[in-house]
Design a protein around this ligand. Structure first.
Ligand SMILES: C[S@@+](CC[C@H](N)C(=O)[O-])C[C@H]1O[C@@H](n2cnc3c(N)ncnc32)[C@H](O)[C@@H]1O
Length: 256
């Protein structure tokens, strides 16, 4: 029997739902992340935008299994990873151990970061919760002139629509970019269990205005494309991600 549970994961009034959902998904997400097309596409672009990390204090908000935190620590950053899900933090601890790097990990809700104002040089939010309250909280804990990097699923990929077929070279049809309908992501995380995550996404206009309203200047926007090596390992995603942007990365700076 397949057990299907629904969770609203992007509303800040009910973080308990996100915590329960991500605890259940931690094994599945962590196994999928390693070597995934999304990691291979985002990581080089993120590192390139952040530049020299040596000696920088960095907070990874919604760090999940810590794959990015580990990469930042390998490059000399002092990394704090926060996440609502203890199971995700356990994965991050294990990943840090395997890579032989030190991470500070804290179970916390990103809406209430338990650090004083002006604590960090850099904050990152990668495929995690994005709303006004969290961006303002990131602004509070960043030093003046500090960097906030946000990597999100691209709004054209999230827009209401569908792929015309499953074949390589097939177009994605966008039916309604501005639709405010709830999105659903159905995940069969093991043979017996399915979780449906329900969430809302932002248009580019909404994200940019939210970032500006929280006191950040946008320095760069990058829509990363896959490198050639993905073509061999994952030709389907290489094809799709070369033609349609899957991610959008905002590099922003807190005002001095
Ligand atoms: C899609 S995963 C992304 C993880 C990681 N950043 C990555 O890209 O691999 C989203 C993560 O955000 C965390 N999360 C969701 N809501 C949160 C909140 N309110 N506070 C802290 N973490 C949260 C989840 O537990 C989950 O680990």
């Amino acid at each position: 029997m397949n057990n299907n549970e629904k969770f609203r994961v992007y509303d800040y009034d009910i973080p308990e739902q996100a915590e329960e959902a991500w605890d259940k998904l931690a094994n599945w997400y962590s196994a999928r992340k390693k070597g995934s097309y999304e990691f291979k596409i985002q990581l080089p672009a993120i590192l390139n935008l952040l530049g020299n990390l040596h000696g920088k204090s960095l907070i990874d908000i919604g760090c999940g299994p810590g794959n990015y935190s580990v990469e930042f620590a390998k490059r000399g950053a002092n990394v704090l990873g926060i996440d609502l899900s203890q199971k995700m933090l356990d994965k991050a601890r294990n990943n840090a151990k395997m890579a032989d790097v030190k991470l500070t990990l804290q179970k916390a809700d990103a809406h209430l970061i338990r650090y004083p104002d002006n604590s960090f040089d850099i904050a990152v939010i990668i495929l995690a919760i994005l709303n006004e309250k969290i961006i303002k909280e990131a602004a509070r804990v960043l030093k003046p002139g500090g960097l906030l990097l946000i990597s999100d699923t691209h709004p054209t990929l999230e827009a209401k629509g569908h792929w015309k077929s499953n074949k390589i070279g097939t177009p994605r049809i966008i039916e309604d970019y501005f639709s405010r309908e709830k999105k659903k992501w159905q995940i069969n995380y093991d043979t017996e269990h399915t979780i449906t995550l329900e969430y809302y996404t932002q248009t580019i206009e909404q994200s940019v205005n939210m970032i500006a309203d929280a006191g950040f200047k946008i320095l760069r926007i990058v829509e990363p494309k896959p490198r050639k090596d993905l073509k061999k390992n994952d030709p389907r995603h290489y094809d799709k991600c070369s033609r349609i942007p899957y991610f959008i990365i905002y590099l922003t700076q807190k005002h001095m």
